[in-house]
Write a protein that binds this ligand. Structure first.
Ligand code: LMR
Length: 331
């Protein structure tokens, strides 16, 4: 009798354990997508679109949780957090990978790409595709590039020629190329997180910064920066990135659908980026809070002449043939 009872109890425990395992394995895979910009930006919209597509295609199996505005991690922490498994997806600017690879520095070289079509051509070409794996050894894989747009220079004083930037403090992303670019015009670069830029500008702790029209508009930099020089001197694009361990650990069928949804969300985000580069610029003009300075070809050439020597400085780290491939994308 006692023995029967024991068998029954053991059986019940086994059934309960099996049930709990079933429940646990039925829980959806959670993908935390952390980013630093506002929701109404190319990246914000791309992230939300991805969550929507995954909900459509993998409902109950995968759930994407989006954390905008540096709510979860700033870009200085997000990649470490990703390696530790605390976040699964992010899209930091290509300027924020110096701890992980030197090759992506190519995107920061001033006046490298003549427009976004050239950026797209380079990214889709063999070198751009190879660069997606540049961080793999460090446990991170690029799943794609996302556009924001060309960068402009905003400042408290008009910047027409490089001499106007001399001695001024500019916030930059954590890139040595960007530091060299500002030093090349006699300015003082300061590496600061995106979340601090508005306050630094508002309190006049710094004189200026560089960013896309979308970021200048959505983070209200134009309200505290009376001048924006339309320099188009560099590109602000993103590396949509995940942890290799997480990505390769996914079931094959799930990974395939996620990649398809991500490609669709990126294409959508790129469309938003193209629209915002025009629309947000116009909204800034309409606000009358900031004057947009259009450079004459001769003025622009002065910026090119001053900043372009930075290419040589980083040629060994980046690779001459990569730079040549980027230049060729302008044709
Ligand atoms: C910046 O830090 O200025 C940008 O990279 C922010 C972003 O993600 O667009």
């Amino acid at each position: 009798m006692k023995r029967n009872k024991l068998v029954l109890v053991s059986l019940l425990i086994a059934v309960a354990f099996a049930a709990s395992v079933t429940i646990a394995s039925a829980a959806p895979i959670v993908i935390k997508f952390s980013h630093v910009v506002a929701e109404n930006t190319p990246k914000g919209q791309m992230a939300n679109k991805f969550a929507e597509l995954v909900d459509r295609d993998l409902s109950g199996k995968v759930k994407v949780e989006v954390f905008p505005n540096s709510q979860l991690f700033g870009d200085n922490k997000v990649l470490e957090a990703m390696i530790l498994g605390d976040v699964q997806l992010a899209a930091p600017s290509l300027s924020k990978f110096k701890k992980y690879t030197k090759s992506l520095q190519i995107f920061d070289l001033p006046f490298l790409f003549k427009d976004m079509a050239a950026v797209e051509k380079f990214q889709k070409g063999p070198v751009g595709q190879k660069l997606l794996m540049a961080t793999k050894k460090k446990g991170l894989i690029g799943l794609g590039y996302l556009h924001n747009g060309l960068k402009q220079l905003s400042a408290s004083k008009p910047l027409r020629v490089p001499g106007d930037a001399k001695g001024k403090k500019f916030r930059i992303m954590s890139s040595d190329v960007l530091a060299a670019q500002f030093k090349a015009v006699g300015a003082m670069p300061l590496k600061k997180p995106f979340s601090e830029v508005f306050t630094l500008l508002q309190t006049k702790a710094i004189d200026g910064q560089e960013n896309s029209w979308s970021n200048i508009y959505s983070k209200k930099f134009y309200e505290v920066q009376p001048y924006i020089t339309e320099s188009n001197h560099g590109v602000l694009d993103y590396f949509v990135i995940t942890s290799a361990e997480f990505w390769m650990g996914l079931p094959d069928d799930i990974r395939t659908v996620l990649k398809k949804d991500l490609d669709e969300a990126i294409a959508f985000g790129n469309k938003v980026a193209a629209e915002k580069a025009i629309g947000d610029r116009q909204k800034i003009i309409d606000s009358k809070r900031s004057t947009i300075i259009e450079l004459t070809p001769a003025e622009r050439q002065q910026w090119v002449d001053a900043m372009k020597p930075v290419w040589k400085q980083f040629e060994d780290q980046i690779g001459k043939e990569y730079i040549e491939a980027a230049v060729a994308a302008n044709k």
